[in-house]
Design a protein around this ligand. Sequence first.
Ligand code: Z5A
Ligand code: MG
Length: 218
Amino acid sequence: MSKRGAFIVIEGLDRSGKSTQTALLLSRLESARIPAKLLKFPDRTTAIGKMIDSYLKSQSDLDDHAIHLLFSANRWELASSIEHLLAAGTTVVCDRYAFSGIAFSASKGLPYEWCRAPDVSLPAPDLAVFLDITPEAAKARGGYGEERYEKEEMQRRVREVFRRIGEEIKGSGLGAWVWVDAGREKGVVAEEVWGHVELLARGVEGPLCRLWTDEIPA
Ligand code: Z5A
Ligand code: MG
């Protein structure tokens, strides 16, 4: 039976190095001659993505529930292409995914279960790598920018929700979730990320799971 591509998600706090690490991972996969594609959420190029971009830059205002649903819709827009890529044997590396959706909206005070609901049954990653960094260390990397949510207090709450999501994923048997100390030098972090990804990237035999649908109770 031919293997499918692996679905790898890189999550983490602001400035934890997600974009840096996803780019390094992609070149490493390419050097190993493993077909790979990099995706990023939010994908600001689609019509929905443009609304999200305008909101994040504070050029428009939206109800918290409405923006949450737009972030989720932005993932659903790409769900079938993710499935096709994986089925064709391409490894998909994703810079943020549904876990960011829950973490940020729940940190604003929306109920956790409500935040999770629109992402239920999206393609589930085979591996989620969480780049962990203290809000203080993240701030030292040039400080927070101009976009919404880039405030230390918000990042602290987001980190707590990510911790809950990670524990639940680990306890459910739905893919794997690993924590990586992202406060270290880029190359050291990249080496650890590669250690988690390498075997999976050689191809996955089992079927693709669906987020919080194919959950195996602990
Ligand atoms: N959001 C949401 O609310 N709901 C959702 O469903 C989704 C997202 C998907 C925009 O996301 C916002 O959308 C985000 C969450 C929310 N809001 N916040 N906060 P985004 O992904 O577009 O945000 P971003 O601006 O691309 O990424 P980022 O998180 O700020 O950064 P990063 O990708 O993690 O880090 P980086 O760009 O790789 O590195 C940051 C800097 O640190 C850069 O100068 C690097 O050179 C440096 N760096 C990286 N690694 C290191 C190490 N190891 N040492 C020293 N310096 C380093
Ligand atoms: Mg980034």
